[in-house]
Design a protein around this ligand. Structure first.
Ligand SMILES: [Fe+2]
Ligand SMILES: [Fe+2]
Length: 317
């Protein structure tokens, strides 16, 4: 789209691209709100991937076998990769990656509330794979059709890797459930602690979700928070049965009329507390990320010095 066209004409062409289900690409004209919404969404997603390395990373040195350690290392490294693709996608919209990192470590930009809970046993590694990566897949598969091209394409690869994460978690839990009584108790305990926070991953109820309507209209999002939450519950209940664990919700039951599972009320006060920065691990997770950023300062300085010297040399040549 040429920059010389009238604003109304640019707006019309943008709306047309959205209506035709085509992708918006980095050099295309977009409304300021679309750019801001997209940057916010991608940045929060990137931050979630990076902060999300910590709860499980906590168990790498204590994995019970070499095999479990190798799987967990690969999984946590995947999450780092997801963060990097996503920061790059945000850069195609003109966001500055340094600025996004600063916003994260200064607590000015959010990440998924789920990563503010502690990992108390190795069963948490399995339950995070099963429920947290499972919820992430529900959220992200429709984003492969998101209107912003670089984000939609990043999501395709990310979803493939999230499926591996979900499977490795479920396989770990299956193994533990075939083990001792105390291992089965660990799996049940981890399920009890992660179930409700996993349902909160889909965000506030639709009636209370300020960005949903706009994001749906722009085809950034394809389904509402409540639709995706229902899909996740319907998918997960049979998996819990197969595993032999009880989901901690006395109101959970099949509704033949709706052809969906009904489930109990979510504690939105807890969600708001955690999102506002007062969850069990918010301070620790951000402090850890800040320390890692400070520790990496010498690498950034060295890379910048190397680039400057190379530019100088190329200029001289
Ligand atoms: Fe991920
Ligand atoms: Fe994952």
């Amino acid at each position: 789209m040429t920059a010389t066209a009238e604003p109304a004409e640019l707006e019309r062409r943008f709306e047309e691209v959205i209506a035709r289900e085509e992708r918006v690409e980095p050099r295309d004209w977009v409304p300021d709100d679309y750019r801001a919404t997209m940057i916010r969404m991608i940045a929060q997603h990137a931050h979630s991937e990076i902060i999300g390395m910590q709860p499980e990373g906590n168990w790498i040195t204590r994995a019970p076998s070499l095999r479990r350690k190798a799987i967990l290392l690969a999984k946590v490294q995947d999450e780092a990769g997801h963060g990097l693709y996503l920061y790059s996608a945000a850069e195609t919209l003109g966001a500055d990656r340094d600025e996004l990192t600063r916003k994260l470590i200064e607590g000015r930009q959010k990440y998924s509330s789920i990563f503010n809970y502690p990992t108390l046993s190795f069963a948490d590694v399995g339950v995070i794979g099963w429920l947290v990566d499972g919820a992430a897949i529900c959220n992200q598969v429709p984003l492969c059709r998101s209107s912003y091209g670089p984000y939609a394409r990043a999501m395709i690869r990310i979803c493939k890797e999230e499926s591996f994460h979900q499977r490795q978690g479920y396989e770990l839990l299956m193994t533990m459930m075939r083990g001792s009584d105390s291992q089965r108790r660990m799996v049940q305990d981890a399920t009890d602690r992660w179930w409700w926070p996993s349902l909160m991953m889909f965000g506030p109820p639709d009636a209370d979700s300020p960005h949903t309507e706009r994001s749906m209209a722009w085809k950034i999002k394809r389904h509402t928070n409540d639709e995706l939450r229902q899909r996740f519950v319907d998918m997960t209940v049979p998996q819990a049965d197969a595993l032999g664990v009880t989901l901690p919700d006395p109101d959970l039951r099949w509704n033949a009329e709706r052809e969906h599972y009904d489930f109990g009320a979510i504690d939105w006060a807890e969600f708001k507390r955690v999102v506002a920065g007062n969850g069990p691990c918010n301070a620790e997770r951000v402090a850890h990320r800040r320390a890692a950023h400070d520790d990496g300062a010498w690498v950034r300085e060295a890379a910048a010095a190397h680039a400057a010297r190379r530019a100088e040399r190329d200029g001289a040549a």
